[in-house]
Structures are given as C-alpha cells and as structure tokens.
Design a binder for this molecule. Structure first.
Ligand SMILES: [Zn+2]
Length: 510
C-alpha cells in the first residue's frame, strides 16, 4: 500500500504519473522497485496507451488516491479514443483485461495491431506546453492528447508536436520514462490549421475529455452511416452514391495535412466500406474525418448520442408465408390461440401443451395448414424438466466481473441513479438470484462487489452534488437547508464527512 502517489495533472497519462512517482521517490534508476511499489508484483509492463494491472494499481494507491479501474481508464489512458467504435463485447473484454494482470492481447483484440494507422513512434510534446508546465508546475508530464495516432499538432498553440527521445512502444517495456528527462526544449514550429482540421482535432480531444466506456458496435454504425447518406441526399433509388461521397470527402481533405488518411495502403476503399454494412471496426480517425465534415452543425456528443439510440442488432423481418387456400382470418385465429397457450404456460414444451385438449386441436390444425409458422413458433424444450447443467463457476465468475464492469461504467455516469448497493448491482446481471445464492462460489464477483458497492455516505454525497447543481441552475443561494431538502436527506444520517461536504458546497456556491 503506497503512502505517496503524485496527484495527476489534467489529461495526464497514467504512465506519466508513474514516471513522476519514480522521480519524486528517487527511484528513477530502480524501475524494478517502482513496478513492485505500484503494482505489487515485479512483472507488470510499462504500456502508455492501453495499460493493464489497473486493479492492482488502484488498490495500491487507495490510501492516497480514491480511484477505480473505470476512472483510470476513462481519464488517464487512450482507451476512450477507441471505445465507441468497437463492439460492446470488445469494450467489455478490453476493460476486463486492463483491470487484470493479463494485458498481453489487448492491442490485438482491439484491432490496433492489424490497423494501418499506428501509434506515434516516439512520445511527443508541444514545446510551448512544455515550457508552460515547467513555469507553472515546476515539472513536466506526458499529455494524452499529444500521443494520439494521426494527430501531430497542438491546437492550443498552433504548433507542431515534437518527438521526444523515448519510443512510445519500446522493446524494453519495464521503464517509465519521465517527460522532464526526455524532452529537449526547442523552438516551436508554427502550423496553420484550417477550420476543418481544427474541428477534427477537437473531435479527437473530446473523445478523451468526455469519455464513453461503451462500444456501439458495427450494426449501429452501419445504420448510422446509411441514414446519414440518405439525409444528405447521397442516396439515389435506394443506392448509396459512394462516388459522390468519395468526391466530397476528397475535396474536403485532399489539400489538408490529413490527406494521407484518405487512402488505405492495401487499396481498400474505406470510405465506401464505411457506408456499407460494417464487417469490422474502423479506426477513430476514419469516423471522425467523415462525421466532422458531413455533420458540420453537430457536436461530437450529439453525433454519438444519435448512434447510441440505434438498435444494436439488425432485426431481420420474420418471413410469414400464408397458405393461399386457407382464409387469412382462420390462420390468424389459430396462431393467436397457439401463442396464448404458450403465454399461459411459459415453462411448458410442445409435448406438454399438446396434452391439453385445446393444445392438441390447435397444434394439429396448424401442423396441417401452417406448418412453417408452427415450426418457428413453438417452445423448444420443456423448461421445467430441463436437465440441470454442470456449472462452470470459474467461467461464470469471470463473466460476471466483465458484465459488472460494463454495467457499472454506464450506471456510475448517470446523475440520477439509485444507490449502487451490492444487491442492486447483482440484480443487473443475468441469473441474479442464482448469483446471490452462490456468491461464496464466485470469489471474483464477490471481491468486485465488495470494492465497488457504494456506502450510504458516498451516495448521500452524490445526491448533495446533484442538489448543488440544481440550486446553481436555479440561480438561488446555496444554503445548508436547501441542499438537504433537495437532496432529500434525513438529519440523523448526516455524519461528519457529509457535514464537511455540505460546508464545502456552501462555500463553493458563495
Ligand atoms: Zn501546446
């Protein structure tokens, strides 16, 4: 358990915090000790963009920094740049690998290894930002937004990002290099950035500043681009006019510093593929180059909100064939009757339903006159007599943790949510009742719940902060009684910690 860890700066890479820890504790030349301090074991590796071992790290720093895996991922790694464009499953697996000790396959699983767009070769910095950091903070750090693949400009200072002396993905992965040692002060090279380029870079930065720990998946993105093409008049006779879209985008980006990303080196035309049904995920820059110029009136959050509202799975229309020699109304009444029987006996299979006299009659009629429909609309197996399967607790256990991470990421962001107690969190999982009964057989799930379930104090503080926002929005004075009333807290629940928070909010509101 650490008694010291540096307070992270805005947009700082976690890697950079560890590097500063090494410097501050005088252990920069003893990286083995640093890794043992931070991760509790000697085998962790120094990965700047999508690191692992985050559970260990958050536990080890917990005495001086109350954080958790999701916060670390969202605020101090580059994972949020990629998440919205991946599938839900990829994101869950990535979060779970980043939390765990097994981070080896993360980059491959996210499709980053196979991508034609690679991370920068060296850690980068902006000479002016560096100078500012030194002057204001007395030290330097690695910013996330300076390490984005495909972006090489600091838009705060309109200058080129410079390479440092350190490889971003070095062969020797056990060293956390600090910015102050590895960046040589130099003159900034001014860069002209046009409106579109600036917006594209801002979109990248917004992914980091407003992180979403969720993958929208290929179906949503396919539907999104198809409807975008339609809205913009790029669809003629139900066909997407790929050529026109291509021309438009080439005109926008052809003369910009991003023109290299228009072509893919294996001659695949990604723009065309983006507007077809997605079979794989696309690199963030592809999405952002298209959305930033095709939707000039929208903010990135608005774009992502639109995508999030689309269905995750394509719902295939059910083919209904009505036999021609039978009146449709008769078919319908038998189908309705059959559906009702299934509904009334949810645990029954076909065999058991046929033991009822009405069941046997309807079944026989449908079998003769509407066999195809019957085949697709019959319960498969008698659920009440289904054989009990042997339970693979280990598998169940790890799946629960993956699910919990994803559910938690979403819940914790919502401003008006119930208290995240153990039982509430469990209830969000499939087979919640069984999990509750078998918690003793599910050690990882149990441990996750113990470390994430919210205590009453935490929850009250959350409500106080929501109340504070409401009061500020209403533009009235922040008063203790007002905070308590809006947050709906009973006086007897106010502990010292809560009282301090109230005073803090009162002072903040002055
Ligand atoms: Zn700068």
């Amino acid at each position: 358990m650490l008694t010291y860890f540096p307070v992270p700066y805005e947009d700082e890479l976690l890697y950079s915090c560890v590097a500063r820890y090494a410097l501050h504790t005088g252990q920069a030349d003893n990286q083995k000790a640093v890794i043992r301090d931070i991760f509790g074991i000697g085998t962790a590796v120094a990965i700047p963009d999508i690191p692992s071992h985050l559970q260990d790290l958050s536990r080890n720093v917990s005495r001086v920094w109350k954080t958790n895996v999701n916060q670390l991922i969202a605020e101090f790694t580059l994972a949020p740049l990629y998440f919205p464009f991946l599938s839900e499953m990829q994101v869950r697996q990535t979060i779970s690998s980043m939390a765990s000790k097994e981070g080896g396959k993360i980059h491959t699983r996210m499709g980053l290894v196979a991508s034609s767009i690679q991370p920068p070769t060296y850690f980068r910095f902006c000479p002016k930002c560096l100078e500012e950091q030194k002057r204001i903070l007395g030290e330097c750090y690695w910013l996330r937004k300076h390490q984005l693949p495909s972006i090489d400009v600091c838009i705060k200072h309109n200058c080129k990002l410079e390479n440092s002396n350190v490889y971003f993905h070095p062969k020797q992965k056990h060293h956390f290099h600090s910015a102050i040692k590895e960046c040589q002060p130099c003159t900034a090279q001014a860069i002209e950035v046009n409106k579109d380029e600036r917006r594209l870079i801002e979109f990248h930065e917004q992914l980091l500043m407003n992180p979403i720990l969720q993958g929208f998946g290929p179906n949503r993105w396919s539907l999104f681009y198809q409807s975008l093409a339609k809205d913009l008049g790029f669809v003629h006779k139900n066909r997407v006019q790929h050529h026109d879209i291509n021309l438009f985008l080439r005109k926008k980006w052809g003369n910009s510093r991003f023109n290299v990303y228009l072509d893919e080196d294996n001659s695949n035309d990604w723009i065309t593929n983006l507007f077809r049904k997605h079979r794989k995920s696309f690199h963030p820059i592809r999405h952002l180059m298209v959305t930033s110029v095709l939707m000039p009136e929208r903010t990135l959050s608005e774009v992502l909100d639109l995508v999030a509202k689309l269905p995750t799975e394509r719902i295939e229309p059910v083919k209904i064939t009505v036999p021609t020699d039978m009146p449709a109304v008769q078919i319908k009444s038998h189908r309705d009757e059959w559906n009702k029987l299934i509904e009334d006996n949810p645990a029954w299979g076909v065999k058991k339903i046929r033991t009822l006299s009405s069941g046997s009659r309807v079944y026989a009629w449908l079998y003769r006159n509407d066999g195809d429909w019957l085949m697709f609309n019959s319960p498969k197996e008698d659920k009440s007599t289904m054989r009990r399967k042997v339970v693979d607790y280990q598998d169940w256990d790890s799946k629960n943790v993956i699910n919990l991470e994803a559910i938690y990421a979403e819940l914790v962001q919502s401003k008006e949510r119930p208290r995240l107690t153990q039982s509430y969190l469990v209830k969000q999982l499939p087979r919640a009742n069984s999990i509750q009964k078998h918690l003793i057989d599910l050690p990882q799930t149990k441990q996750w719940l113990d470390s994430h379930a919210e205590c009453l104090d935490d929850y009250i503080i959350l409500r106080l902060n929501t109340a504070y926002r409401i009061i500020i929005e209403k533009n009235v004075e922040v008063k203790r009684w007002r905070l308590i009333r809006i947050a709906n807290i009973r006086e007897e629940l106010i502990t010292n910690r809560i009282e301090n928070e109230i005073q803090l909010l009162e002072n903040k509101g002055k």
